[in-house]
Design a binder for this molecule. Structure first.
Ligand SMILES: Cc1cc2nc3c(=O)[nH]c(=O)nc-3n(C[C@H](O)[C@H](O)[C@H](O)COP(=O)(O)OP(=O)(O)OC[C@H]3O[C@@H](n4cnc5c(N)ncnc54)[C@H](O)[C@@H]3O)c2cc1C
Length: 293
């Protein structure tokens, strides 16, 4: 890309990736789908990087259902994951399916990877917002050991993850969802290839007409440094029967927890209003998927 002409190494094993990362330190970057790195290289933002380590030949492009949960290899593309979810038809994973469908254009869906999306670590990508609503965790391989970490702790803020030197992500894990669980995802962009101004993901279980295991997650630009759960909205729902009033008060409760910011795309007030409306719509959609709202 332009003047950016790094060495390109196609790694043949995870241990080779770890030793290459140790050898080259911050002068090396992992490349998976390459959709973000292409953007950064094009804009001259990869100045220090001299080596790209391709991890797409490690056999990490897989989806495996295990005891109702899902293990997703880090280099699985968005399209591959969407196809796996469509084949399974499990309403518990609806929030993830919604988020994947909302990612455009389809050419990006065909090459961008799940690992690349979470390792970029920005609040305005769609997948991390949905994965947080599903209590996903990340499997990391490094020089000392393999470890697992909850996705909410893995992301540390804008372009910052908890990856230590020599570490990379090998898998994303989603626990099984109990029966009568569903969710929904919505986002607002200024146009079809812009980042989300506001994105919302919800997931809940309806047990004997009571809402349980509720997750309300916000993402987008101008919301926070990373996708975040909204505790006050979750509290307003947990243990209650679904009604227009309860759903309305959960959406109103967002204002207690989240301080939106303004930028050239939208004002803080506009973002706050969109978030409220979208959380309400997501909750109604999730409940109607379970059956009755
Ligand atoms: C035109 C366009 C439209 C887009 N539209 C959307 C959209 O609608 N919604 C949305 O959410 N996103 C959108 N995106 C962003 C897209 O989701 C990201 O670019 C993509 O997720 C990055 O994944 P990748 O596999 O291409 O990563 P790469 O570009 O290969 O890598 C991204 C970063 O992650 C690191 N990395 C990758 N894999 C690993 C790993 N396993 N372990 C450690 N580090 C790793 C890389 O070193 C790099 O820093 C769009 C991008 C483009 C170019």
């Amino acid at each position: 890309v332009g003047d950016f002409k790094p060495d390109y190494i196609v790694a043949s094993s995870p241990t080779e990736v770890v030793s290459l990362l140790q050898e080259h330190h911050d002068k090396a970057r992992i490349i998976a789908g390459g959709t973000l790195l292409h953007e950064l290289g094009f804009r001259g933002l990869l100045g220090n990087v001299q080596t790209l380590i391709d991890i797409t030949k490690l056999g990490l492009g897989y989806t495996r259902w295990e005891n109702g949960g899902l293990r997703i290899g880090a280099t699985t593309t968005f399209t591959e994951l969407l196809e796996a979810l469509q084949a399974k038809k499990d309403d518990g994973f609806a929030v993830l399916e919604d988020a994947l469908r909302s990612i455009r254009p389809v050419q990006v869906r065909n090459v961008a990877t799940v690992g690349g999306s979470i390792c970029t670590s920005v609040p305005f990508f769609d997948l991390p917002v949905a994965l947080l609503a599903m209590d996903a965790s990340v499997r990391v391989m490094g020089p000392v050991r393999e470890r697992e970490q909850r996705i909410g702790d893995f992301s540390q803020g804008y372009f910052a993850t908890d990856l230590k030197p020599g570490e990379f992500v090998t898998e994303i894990q989603i626990p099984s969802m109990p029966a009568d669980t569903s969710g929904a995802f919505l986002k607002l962009e200024t146009n079809s290839v812009d980042w989300a101004l506001v994105s919302t993901a919800v997931r809940l279980r309806k047990e004997h007409n009571i809402m349980r295991n509720t997750r309300v997650v916000l993402g987008g630009s101008g919301v926070d440094q990373k996708a975040r759960r909204v505790a006050s909205a979750e509290r307003a729902l947990e243990g209650k029967g679904p009604s227009v009033e309860v759903i309305g008060s959960a959406a109103d409760a967002i204002a207690n927890d989240v301080k939106f910011t303004s930028d050239f795309r939208a004002s803080a007030e506009y973002r706050a209003e969109v978030a409220k409306v979208f959380v309400r719509r997501c909750l109604h959609a999730a409940l109607s998927r379970i059956g009755g709202s």
